[in-house]
Design a protein around this ligand. Structure first.
Ligand SMILES: CCCCC/C=C\C/C=C\C/C=C/C(=O)SCCNC(=O)CCNC(=O)[C@H](O)C(C)(C)COP(=O)(O)OP(=O)(O)OC[C@H]1O[C@@H](n2cnc3c(N)ncnc32)[C@H](O)[C@@H]1OP(=O)(O)O
Length: 288
């Protein structure tokens, strides 16, 4: 099966979950969780995550984001910049309330499939993608950033995959996304320590590509990146990118339901619930 068909294909079970209207947000029409605008100078689409206060990633946000990615694919956009509308936070990662306390199993299954779907669409997009990391990007926030092709970050924020210290093991498609950006040894160090790096450290190890001081500079640096493809036929570029990324994506597509089950079993373990519970409490207590 060719890769474009594989991208559209998913197991019957997965399709049932992704296509079902369950877990529809009642306020979806009232509040947009993902905004899209077009930079009139460059024709590039700017996609802003807009789930205040910290862009924690919920099932509803993933669904909306996937819809936006489908639109951008069919419009054959020149490129996309992913950023945040929240002050100081790009994304705080998965919404912990989707994981704790003791999530509803059906909702969690759907949540995880939509997280996978988001990664598949972003990591496998045909058009060039830039993450403008205009705030902290821990855990799932970092996953979104490393799924893009190029990363531009404002100074003095933190980025990384901090799962290990809270007793959670990142799935292999997350690990492999990191290994597509960093050498294996660096990726292992970052994952096993769970350390969050500041902007300068992230630049020094190659986790991000450019440091900028403001949005104007970010747009200029993004444009430099997009213009490197101006003389490359779109289809050839897209197929080449997918050729590089297809093994990881195919592996997940064939294993989606199992990946969701594994993660659900892990999340539901009393020890895991306890660790996430105390982590969440410490997050809340910080401000007291
Ligand atoms: C901990 C479980 C790990 C599970 C790992 C699972 C899978 C591995 C595979 C995939 C990778 C993805 C994993 C994840 O993404 S798990 C989420 C991990 N996220 C974090 O650890 C970040 C936690 N947040 C912060 O550190 C800070 O909030 C911030 C992003 C640095 C921003 O700080 P700031 O001071 O600006 O804001 P507050 O801390 O006051 O936050 C405001 C408000 O939001 C609540 N909140 C923050 N983050 C989350 C979140 N991820 N989910 C739900 N709620 C969140 C915070 O508690 C505050 O709430 P309040 O009621 O006090 O206003």
């Amino acid at each position: 099966m060719n890769f474009s068909r594989l991208l559209k294909t998913t197991s019957a079970l997965t399709s049932r979950w992704l296509c079902s209207g369950r877990f529809q947000s009642t306020s979806a029409a009232a509040q947009k969780l993902v905004d899209v605008s077009v930079d009139s100078k460059t024709g590039v689409s700017i996609v802003s995550l807009n789930r205040k206060p910290v862009n924690s990633l919920s099932l509803e946000l993933f669904k909306e984001f996937c819809g936006v990615m489908d639109d951008l694919e069919s419009e054959k956009v020149r490129g996309m910049i992913l950023k945040s509308s929240c002050d100081n936070v790009f994304s705080s990662g998965l919404d912990i309330t989707e994981l704790y306390p003791h999530p509803d199993e059906d909702r969690f299954h759907a949540f995880w499939l939509w997280f996978q779907e988001t990664w598949i669409k972003l990591y496998g997009s045909s058009f060039p993608t830039v993450a403008f990391i205009n705030g902290h990007a821990p855990a799932g926030g970092c996953v979104l950033a490393i799924s893009c092709e190029y990363r531009i970050m404002l100074p003095y924020y933190k980025i990384g995959l901090n799962e290990a210290p809270v007793g959670i093991v990142a799935p292999d498609w997350v690990v492999n996304s990191l290994k597509s950006v960093l050498a294996s040894r660096k990726a292992e160090q970052l994952l096993t320590s769970g350390r969050l790096l500041d902007t300068q450290e992230a630049f020094d190890i190659g986790l991000i590509d450019k440091i900028v001081n403001n949005e104007e500079e970010a747009l200029a640096r993004s444009e430099e990146f997009f213009s490197t493809f101006d003389n490359v036929p779109k289809l050839a570029r897209a197929l080449t990118k997918q050729q590089v990324r297809k093994n990881e994506i195919s592996k997940l597509i064939k294993n989606r339901s199992n990946d969701a089950k594994l993660f659900l079993n892990h999340i539901l373990r009393p020890e895991t619930q306890k660790i996430i519970g105390s982590y969440f409490k410490s997050l809340k207590d910080r401000k007291k």
